[in-house]
Design a protein. Structure first.
Length: 70
């Protein structure tokens, strides 16, 4: 647990995956007088594949002196 500038107690928790690929966190409770906060971090669940095909994409680069394509 850490304290920020205002003196609040902050808990940082990263998720864990169980056998069925479900996300869970292990958090502990604090007394209300401690004014504690919990920051729970969730990983990205979707991935967008990016495929580069340089031979098909072409190039707009030109030689500085002759103006020919590079």
């Amino acid at each position: 647990m850490s304290q920020d500038e205002q003196g609040e107690n902050i808990q940082h928790h990263f998720c864990q995956f169980d056998v069925k690929k479900r996300i869970s966190w292990e958090c502990t409770t604090e007394h209300q007088s401690r004014n504690a906060k919990a920051h729970l971090y969730v990983p990205a669940t979707k991935v967008v594949p990016v495929i580069f095909l340089p031979s098909i994409m072409g190039s707009n680069l030109k030689h500085k002196d002759t103006g020919d394509s590079v």
